[in-house]
Design a protein around this ligand. Structure first.
Ligand SMILES: [Zn+2]
Length: 406
């Protein structure tokens, strides 16, 4: 019975995702609002339509493949088979869970590899966005795997240890541990992890720096941690982000952004990022995310008491890792709903940050920066509203321009 529910959830999530993709493709060629109609010439519009069609088609193949594998794994009890294989070799419960999760990660990494390679070296390269060399790809993979094994492994071992000691009340401590760790990452991730993958440099002296210093002074914002990052190592797409809390607050501008935008446009983007800080978006999102993980851990703690979760996957004995796996599949519908709420909130914050830039700096460069960043990445300028609701963390270009015009 529970197994049927799990399979139905996997199928439904796939159907919802595919329907949304289809809807989104149905509006891709719609005539554009006069405000944005002139941004692409006809050739560029064709390219943008082709780019999003290709990405959607590829996403469909990749989702179909992983859904089929998941259904086969559930119905044929493959997870229980792996579990048994590990149990035959190890006695310690914590080790069994760790090895099981490691094996599953390695298998899914290999299954996903052809898709990831095609996405980077096929699609992104075809449209001229990719800058990842095979060498960068391999070194990213090695560094990423080492980090995931060390950090993920240590956290997981601690959670498993808590579960073995405390059983039903483990989840409160596990949550405290995970959220404490995410606070550390949130504050120091850009100082500790990011430099392993990218070079961060201060903004060079000159016109841009002067303009930035002037703007930051007008806002009483200390710009101790403002960096330019070599985003061009991986993609031609321009970007910027804000991270951290209090003294650890950091703004990162991609070198591609600096290369493509004018001085005023860059300062407008910077003003937008500072807007996220001044409007306390990062802090409130961090708190909200922790409330969500608290609720998730509470549910997990409660459901782990039911051996049916493990036996539904074909196992004879209940275990943390199998029950947690079944739990996360059961949780998928909830995840979709949470995604809707989170995305709508981040889009709301984007409007506020844009408005902040308009009020504290200038509206014209903000407007032209948004246009440049969108068209430069061949963004779909007429996405379907339902697709936007489910998938967009930022409002569409037209929505942002309308917000700036208010
Ligand atoms: Zn933003």
């Amino acid at each position: 019975m529970l197994l049927t529910v799990l399979v139905v959830i996997v199928v439904l999530a796939y159907v919802v995702e595919s329907l949304l993709d289809n809807l989104n493709q149905s509006t891709a060629k719609n005539p554009l609002d006069p405000k944005i109609a002139g941004l692409y010439d006809s050739k560029e519009r064709e390219r943008s339509i082709a780019y999003s069609a290709e990405k959607t088609r590829f996403g469909f193949y990749s989702a179909t493949f992983s859904t089929i594998v998941m259904i086969l794994a559930l119905t044929y009890g493959w997870f229980a088979t792996i579990d048994n294989w590990v149990r035959d070799r190890f006695d310690n419960q914590i080790v069994v869970s760790l090895v099981f999760i490691a094996l599953l990660s390695v298998i899914s990494w290999w299954l996903d590899l052809p898709f990831r390679l095609y996405s980077i070296f096929g699609i992104e390269a075809k449209y001229g966005f990719n800058k990842i060399t095979p060498k960068t790809f391999i070194s990213d993979t090695i560094k990423g795997s080492i980090l995931a094994t060390l950090i993920g492994g240590a956290l997981l071992a601690a959670v498993l240890w808590l579960y073995e000691r405390l059983e039903s009340s483990f989840w409160i401590f596990a949550w405290a541990l995970v959220s404490g760790f995410s606070l550390l990452m949130f504050m120091f991730g850009t100082s500790l992890i990011l430099p392993l993958f990218n070079k961060l440099k201060p903004v060079e002296d000159g016109e841009l720096k002067n303009e930035i210093v002037k703007y930051c002074a007008s806002q009483g914002y200390s710009l101790g941690r403002l960096f330019v990052m070599d985003g061009s190592k991986r993609s031609t797409k321009a970007n910027a982000f804000f991270s951290g809390l209090g003294k650890s607050k950091t703004i990162v501008l991609f070198d591609t952004l600096i290369e493509k935008l004018s001085t005023k446009e860059i300062v407008a983007v910077l003003a937008h990022e500072i807007g996220h800080y001044k409007r306390k978006h990062t802090l409130s999102m961090f708190i909200f995310a922790n409330i969500q993980t608290f609720a998730t851990f509470a549910l997990l703690g409660w459901l782990l008491g039911y051996p049916e979760l493990s036996t539904a996957l074909g196992a004879d004995i209940s275990s943390f890792h199998l029950s947690a796996l079944a739990f996360f599949i059961l949780f998928t519908p909830m995840n979709i709903v949470l995604g809707l709420i989170n995305n709508s909130w981040t889009r709301h914050n984007e409007y506020q940050a844009d408005t902040f830039a308009k009020e504290t700096y200038e509206v014209a460069p903000m407007r032209s920066a948004l246009k440049k960043i969108s068209t430069d990445s061949l963004a779909n300028l007429s996405p379907h509203p339902l697709y936007v609701a489910f998938n967009y963390t930022h409002p569409t270009l037209l929505q942002r321009l309308n917000n700036l015009d208010q």
